[in-house]
Write a protein that binds this ligand. Sequence first.
Ligand SMILES: Nc1ncnc2c1ncn2[C@@H]1O[C@H](COP(=O)(O)OP(=O)(O)O)[C@@H](O)[C@H]1O
Ligand SMILES: [Mg+2]
Length: 440
Amino acid sequence: MDQGPPPDVTNVSVTFAPRPDRSARSPTRDSRAGGGSQESSPLLAPRGLEFEYGGFENNYPDDPLYQEVVRMSEEAIDCGRYPERIYQGSSGSYFVKNIDNKIIAVFKPKDEEPYGQLNPKWTKWLHKLCCPCCFGRSCLVPNQGYLSEAGASLVDKKLQLNIVPTTKVVRLSSRTFNYNAIDRAKATTKKNIAENFPQLGKRFHRIGLPPKQGSFQLFVNGYKDADYWLRRFDYEAIPESTARKFQTLFERLVILDYIIRNTDRGNDNWLIKYEIAQVDTDNSKGDSDWNMVDNPDISIAAIDNGLAFPFKHPDEWRAYPYHWAWLPQAKVPFSQEIKDKVLPQLSDMNFVQELCDDLYKLFKTDKGFDRSTFDKQMSVMRGQILNLTQALKDDKSPVQLVQMPVVTVERNRSSSGRLRTDSDSYTQSFSHRTPFFSWC
Ligand SMILES: Nc1ncnc2c1ncn2[C@@H]1O[C@H](COP(=O)(O)OP(=O)(O)O)[C@@H](O)[C@H]1O
Ligand SMILES: [Mg+2]
């Protein structure tokens, strides 16, 4: 894997004074970092159910709503409402149901990702086997898509963009997931022994299929692929106030994608909900037609964020453009509203450091975590934030933003290898390569 510096760069050193009381928090991971024992977990299934599926430890005390959805999905699995594979997907993704068979979440197990050991798509497996150098994206850490999904949600929450359905790392087990034959045989044997010889069965640490770690994203109802609505908006004008709201939501999507350097934002990977106006039967407001209806409401959801947080800028950038850059909304300069919302935070190096610290807490939980690769991921993200901040200050549009030369901002360590405490120094590396189609 080529992790060398991008060609044609200029290095600049900058020093920032840190805020003394920097206390990083990670609302998504703190509960897990504590490692709550299985025995004391309030989510332990009753003995009979735990017997079959094992006891899990999905605790999110900071987010009771999310906790409730995870609990509902565990309960549904216990009752035989198993997650269902999303067949059009590129890897193992599952619609998770509640006990009434309603979809409540999307679960993507780590080991069923394209690079995962148990990816269920044989075409992907063949591709990986026969043509490994062309498989995957060389700028991304392989097999950490589930962290990228949760990381996107973390960035979304930290900046209060509110466009990513809450996504965290969850452990689930279901017979509909892809397991290898050995795991299935082990589970069946243990179950048979435990049923026939209960005394012996008590000695098993866990009975049932092993839980899988993956991203668990809340399902949003009433949305359709952005592509569907964007095509309709081409020939069906939308009222001005709805269009204005759409513009501000679109800007949030741009901010998110640019910061996390999403390499997979096609118009099928974000959703739009467009609620046609309700007819008001009370005609007392006046006789104009528009007075009788409310303007349609619009919302967006940024899903499928698993191919972001690269450790270097893509060499093959033409293959991974931000597809929203072709939309007419991308030609409009960023609004004052979005500038007021994100500029104070993004131009504060302490805020950016807190964001990196929160992502560190999340990413380090992966078995394959590598600190130097993570630092490179954060260098790319800091560079993206630097460009974005400048673009917002200069009244640029999203199209102009993606045309800026890319930059990485590396946080330097002291010679002893430890992070500096008195001051932080950063090295900026600018690439002179044009980052985007010049005709766009
Ligand atoms: N959080 C969600 N809420 C509603 N629908 C979703 C959500 N996540 C995914 N979907 C639906 O499932 C489809 C596949 O999901 P996606 O995350 O794009 O998986 P893949 O990685 O397989 O492309 C999407 O096109 C969308 O229709
Ligand atoms: Mg997708």
